[in-house]
Design a protein around this ligand. Structure first.
Ligand code: UTP
Length: 302
């Protein structure tokens, strides 16, 4: 039986430049989908997957994340006095089930570097990485599915999704072994990795399996990342660290069953907003009526 996954790492030190000016004084992880900041969706997924120990990699200007997961004494007593029990329960839920630790990434030197700065907090055990930008509606939760695969294959598991050709240059892309007989043994949607390449040109991509924001990693990723050089943009890419690790051990990918939204870009964020509003029993009907009433031919004047 593989070692249990007890910790989930949330890299959240990126600058969120695609959302400027909204992210000038506010972390993009705190942008709101209906009534919850984006990062809370990922944290709840970890808790629902049996992983209540959260490690968040932050940077300058990210204090709102720490405040959000901290106990808000004044707010709680205010809600208590006013008898606002539902709201009180809602905000207590955020802090009660969690154990959160923070580590700073002094400079945003890439996702691989963000994982590396958490080395001491993770220690010598396997762990999950969740990129909060990817909000996944799934049952069982996406991370739970990943953990189940990890328990079966006993090695690192990377979440992938088949992406449209035009999106290939925005993803880490994996080449996988023919899932003939072995694919069958590994189970639905699980493949063994042959190679990984970060943001290839469309014509150079070995497949359309794009890496998305969920990983189960083993502690040997740390020396692999330490040995990984920065790329042309000065960043240490997690994909390149995984490529190095692949020389030493088998890696697996898994196609998650669920609906993923990439809230890290504006269109993806807007789609997620509509999607999650429509999942709320109190909002779905009036919101649908509103959407239907819109004159969708309104366009940008040219
Ligand atoms: P992205 O490249 O999507 O996020 O990183 P970004 O840099 O915040 O946003 P843009 O591209 O400027 O709009 C993916 C994830 O990795 C984290 C980000 O916070 C995000 O969750 N990250 C990225 C770090 O923690 N540190 C880094 O140095 C880079």
């Amino acid at each position: 039986m593989a070692t249990p996954i007890r910790k989930a790492l949330f890299p959240a030190a990126g600058l969120g430049t695609r959302f400027l000016p909204a992210t000038k004084a506010q972390p993009k992880e705190m942008l709101v989908l209906v009534d919850k900041p984006i990062i809370q969706y990922g944290v709840e997924e970890a808790v629902q997957s049996g992983v209540p120990n959260i490690v968040i990699v932050t940077g300058r200007g990210k204090n709102a994340i720490e405040d959000h997961f901290d106990v808000a004494v004044e707010l709680e007593s205010f809600l208590e006095q006013r008898g606002k029990t539902a709201q009180l329960e809602e905000i207590r839920k955020i802090t009660r089930q969690l154990n959160v630790a923070y580590v700073r990434q002094g400079e945003p030197l890439g996702l691989g570097h963000a994982v590396l700065v958490a080395k001491n907090l993770i220690g010598e055990e396997p762990f999950a990485v969740i990129l909060g930008d990817d909000v996944i509606d799934a049952n069982p939760p996406a991370l739970k599915q990943m953990i189940d695969v990890y328990q079966r294959v006993g090695g690192p598991v990377i979440a992938v999704e088949r992406v449209p050709d035009e999106d290939i240059p925005s993803y880490g892309i994996v080449a996988v072994e023919d899932s003939g007989a072995e694919g069958g043994d590994l189970g639905r949607g699980v493949h063994r990795v042959k190679d990984l390449v970060e943001k290839p040109r469309r014509e150079d991509a070995p497949s359309n399996l794009g890496i998305i924001g969920r990983y189960i990693l083993t502690p040997d990723i740390f020396p692999a990342l330490e040995a990984t050089a920065s790329d042309r943009t000065g960043e240490i890419q997690l994909t390149n660290g995984l490529r190095r690790l692949l020389r030493e051990r088998p890696l697996y990918v898994y196609e998650i069953e669920g609906v993923r939204h990439d809230t890290g870009n504006k269109l993806g964020f807007l789609k997620a907003l509509v999607y999650f509003a429509m999942r709320r029993p109190d909002l779905a009907e009036p919101f649908r009526r509103y959407l239907e009433s819109l004159d969708l031919k309104i366009g940008v004047e040219t």
